[in-house]
Design a protein around this ligand. Structure first.
Ligand code: NAD
Length: 484
């Protein structure tokens, strides 16, 4: 069995299929964004591994489905307890693999993985079938587990996002084949170890490592798959949607964002500016980030002054260091991508008023950057950068602010700062997005729906919405008085 030493942890570099660690002839190299060191040579799956994993998930499905919500909940609770017990190890590996701040990983992000499993164990167990009589029949709506589900996740927050998608699938009675992203694959290998330790039957949860266009494409095209749950970019979602359509398989896509952060003159300006500067956290590699700062004209100047003051407080550095607030970007290719966005903005006549270059400390750091676009049509306003790059625009009045907020093809999230309750209601409804936060950000209730509109997504996760996705809803009608 092939394993790598990553920090203090021993991590499998193989696939996890049918309860066994399985290698591949080929490997890919996984680098740490912190210092570019090689963390592991990871098994590079292809069609063979996709077939094996789907077959394992299909074989495990009937008995996992038959176990019922309470039986499955016991497994999910055990897994959640193991995540909590291994929090430090998981956080260290995730930090080395994707460079998210270690203190955030320890304080909330990894623990959210445990919360995901507990929440879905409880939600599935509490589900009550709808029952009613009409037309002389006793009717019920049953949630039937759909079958093997493929879960594909991106490189940012891979552990949290993988558990967020896997938990409802398992709770609903589906079996899972998870393919993590090739730039941060390791925490999902640790998840597989914990699943095994929690005593899940072999094949209920499988991990296949590899490149998206190779094993990812093979998995989503596989005829044995009954659900596909994807988080990543709209570009990849288009490929997955085509594959899903070929097999008539439902899929959800949690995709990119270009969220507005609307600042009205009647708000707590200091709180708004602090939150705006906070959009550089995690080097801006956050799908929900409010990357377009839209500020009402009368407060534009004082807002900018505060924003620069708070942004000056950022410390770029090693994500394991408690003083660091902005970590390196995930990969040299991604750093170049971010850099090219800003170069194209300059060439387009947009004004870079802050940052706009690689940081002097070297490595994969890019300076927190602010761009005043030449027009709202500029690429830097209209396309997701997924890095520490914000834009700044002003507006005159609510109508113009909302129009600007809704002027991109995305619609994942929005942030609004206002002191008026009526405005909070009006603008909250008018901003086109799956989630709108007013005077706060990233507060999540796991029972609430989560997803995007426009090119930010299709379908909803969260609460019962995800359980419904992983189920075939069936109407059962029995003629009243016809049987005893
Ligand atoms: P990506 O689309 O490049 O890759 C995502 C996953 O898809 C990876 O595992 C990749 O290997 C796989 N993949 C690539 N091509 C594939 C194919 N043809 N078939 C099957 N799988 C394939 O995205 P990324 O760069 O890893 O992640 C960044 C994107 O994810 C950003 O757009 C970000 O906004 C988005 N994101 C969205 C959410 C959300 O909840 N809405 C959360 C996090 C990230």
């Amino acid at each position: 069995m092939s394993r790598a030493r990553v920090g203090g942890a021993d991590v499998s570099t193989e696939h996890f299929i049918g309860g066994e660690h399985v290698g591949s002839g080929a490997v890919f190299t996984d680098l740490s964004p912190i210092d570019g060191s090689v963390l592991a040579e990871v098994a590079r799956g292809g069609e063979r591994e996709a077939d094996l994993a789907v077959a394992a998930a299909a074989a495990a499905f009937p008995s996992w489905a038959a176990l019922g919500p309470a039986g499955r909940a016991a497994h999910l609770h055990r897994l959640a307890d193991l995540i909590d017990a291994n929090l430090d190890r998981l956080a260290e590996v995730e930090c080395l693999d994707m460079a998210m701040l270690l203190r955030s990983l320890k304080a909330r992000v990894i623990a959210r993985g445990a919360r995901n499993f507990r929440a879905y164990a409880d939600l599935a167990a509490a589900y009550e079938e709808r029952a009613w009589s009409s037309n002389g029949t006793a009717n019920r709506v049953l949630r039937m587990p759909s079958g093997p589900a493929v879960v594909i996740t991106p490189w940012n927050a891979p552990f949290m996002l993988s558990t967020w998608k896997t938990a409802p699938a398992l709770a609903a009675g589906c079996t899972v084949v998870l393919k993590p992203a090739e730039w941060s694959p390791l925490s999902c290998s640790l998840l597989a170890d914990l699943v095994q330790e929690a005593g899940f039957p072999p094949g209920v949860f499988n991990v296949v490592q590899g490149i998206g266009e190779e094993v990812g494409a093979a998995l989503v095209a596989h005829p044995g798959v009954r659900r596909i749950s994807f988080t990543g970019s709209p570009e990849t979602a288009r490929h997955i949607g085509v594959a899903a359509a070929r097999n008539i398989v439902p899929f959800t896509g949690e995709l990119g964002g270009k969220g507005p952060l609307l600042v009205f003159a009647d708000c707590d300006l200091e709180a708004a500016a602090r939150k705006a500067a906070g959009q550089y956290d995690d080097a801006g590699q956050v799908c929900l980030a409010g990357t377009r700062l839209l500020v009402e004209e009368p407060v534009a100047e004082p807002f900018l002054e505060l924003f620069h003051r708070f942004t000056d407080e950022h410390v770029l550095g090693d994500p394991r260091d408690d003083r660091t607030t902005v970590s390196p970007l995930i990969h040299p290719e991604h750093l170049s991508r971010v850099e090219c966005f800003v170069e194209r903005a300059r060439a387009n006549g947009d004004e870079v008023v802050r940052g706009g270059r690689r940081a002097a400390i070297g490595g994969l750091f890019y300076e927190p950057t602010l761009v005043v676009p030449r027009s709202n049509e500029s690429e830097i306003v209209q396309r997701e950068v997924f890095g520490p790059v914000l834009t700044f625009q002003t507006f005159a009045g609510e109508e113009e602010g909302v129009a600007l907020a809704n002027s991109t093809p995305y619609g994942l999230s929005g942030i609004v700062y206002t002191g008026s309750r009526e405005r909070a209601e009006r603008v909250g409804r008018a901003v086109r997005a799956g989630t709108v936060w007013v005077n706060t950000f990233l507060v999540r209730d796991l029972t609430a729906p989560f997803g995007g509109v426009g090119i930010s997504g299709i379908g909803r996760e969260g609460g019962d919405y995800a359980l419904d996705f992983y189920s075939d809803l069936k109407t059962l009608q029995i003629l009243e008085g016809s049987c005893r």
